[in-house]
Design a protein around this ligand. Structure first.
Ligand code: NAG
Ligand code: NAG
Ligand code: NAG
Ligand code: NAG
Ligand code: NAG
Ligand code: NAG
Ligand code: NAG
Ligand code: NAG
Ligand code: NAG
Ligand code: NAG
Length: 207
């Protein structure tokens, strides 16, 4: 009994009493308003929580970005950050629902994590985790950046024939992605985190 208590206490110490999954639905009805793609678009997550993006409708990505470059994978604008990138997840109208898990490791405390959907970014299909309400970097500002830089009125580079072709050529795909090595890193960390809890729980039950 004494050992059981010790195990539970150490579990709590390592993982936090309230570590939890925070769900985000990817695939709100974007027909008339692309900002509906992530619900909620503003997420609050504590250290050791896992943000779980649940792709329920349509064909979208969740891809980490920097505040100043909302519609580009963060690694393309800041090589020191790998970032997460789901690649396109086509739900086939809700019959192929998948998730992407993004663990909020303790070093990410106090940091805002911005992200976007490749297919709706220019219309405001973006979101953020742990947005600092006292900062000038707000969700509304991030949406404005996305529309300004990638919306229909945005200046496209002359070298590309059209914005849609540009999007496709830069877009991640489920099989090949420029940042493919990074795509699964978050999922792997989440799985490892979960697996490392199991032996402790089993040990506790065995007693
Ligand atoms: C999405 O919204 C549009 C109008 O805003 C509506 O016509 C359409 O039926 C909706 N689609 C779904 C799947 O709810
Ligand atoms: C789109 O939805 C957001 C909430 O996600 C809302 O704040 C905004 O006013 C809507 N825009 C339009 C044009 O309906
Ligand atoms: C994702 O959402 C779908 C549809 O709402 C639901 O059936 C499924 O259980 C969810 N997945 C997870 C991991 O929560
Ligand atoms: C998802 O969207 C991307 C970019 O628009 C496109 O290249 C891809 O073919 C789409 N996937 C499906 C299954 O339609
Ligand atoms: C790149 O990301 C690192 C880590 O978040 C940050 O310290 C650095 O300021 C970023 N660089 C630029 C140019 O934004
Ligand atoms: C999904 O639903 C949309 C709208 O109802 C339809 O146009 C499309 O063909 C459907 N796609 C598939 C793969 O069933
Ligand atoms: C986050 O901010 C709090 C309050 O300023 C501080 O105590 C904590 O050490 C910070 N965490 C990290 C990882 O920087
Ligand atoms: C947004 O525009 C930038 C610069 O033209 C481009 O590199 C990026 O691929 C675009 N993003 C999307 C999602 O289309
Ligand atoms: C934001 O500012 C308010 C008032 O100045 C303060 O009470 C609050 O703790 C601050 N929030 C953060 C996240 O720093
Ligand atoms: C694009 O083409 C226009 C007209 O040919 C030119 O004025 C402009 O400088 C070009 N922009 C870039 C980024 O090359």
């Amino acid at each position: 009994m004494r050992f059981f208590t010790t195990v539970v206490v150490s579990l709590t110490a390592v993982y936090g009493a309230s570590a939890k999954n925070v769900f985000v639905q990817v695939g709100g009805n974007t027909t008339s308003n692309a900002t509906m793609v992530f619900q909620p678009a503003q997420i609050i997550a504590a250290p050791n929580d896992i943000v779980v993006f649940n792709f329920t409708q349509g064909n979208h990505t969740v891809t980490q970005a920097a505040f100043g470059s909302p519609c580009q994978p963060i690694h393309d604008t800041n090589v020191t950050v790998n970032g997460f990138n789901s690649g396109f997840r086509d739900t086939v109208n809700g019959t192929a629902v998948t998730i992407l898990s993004v663990p909020i490791t303790p070093d990410l405390q106090n940091q805002t994590i911005w992200f976007f959907d490749f297919n709706t970014c220019g219309q405001g299909g973006v979101g953020g985790i742990n947005i600092d309400d006292n900062s000038t970097a707000t969700l509304d500002g991030f949406i404005r950046n996305a529309v300004r830089l990638n919306g229909t009125d945005a200046q496209q580079p002359n070298s590309t024939a059209s914005s849609s072709i540009s999007t496709a050529s830069h877009a991640p795909s489920p099989t090949t992605s420029p940042s493919g090595d990074n795509n699964n890193a978050a999922e792997h960390r989440a799985i490892l985190g979960t697996l490392s809890v199991i032996p402790l729980i089993v040990a506790a039950i065995a007693l």
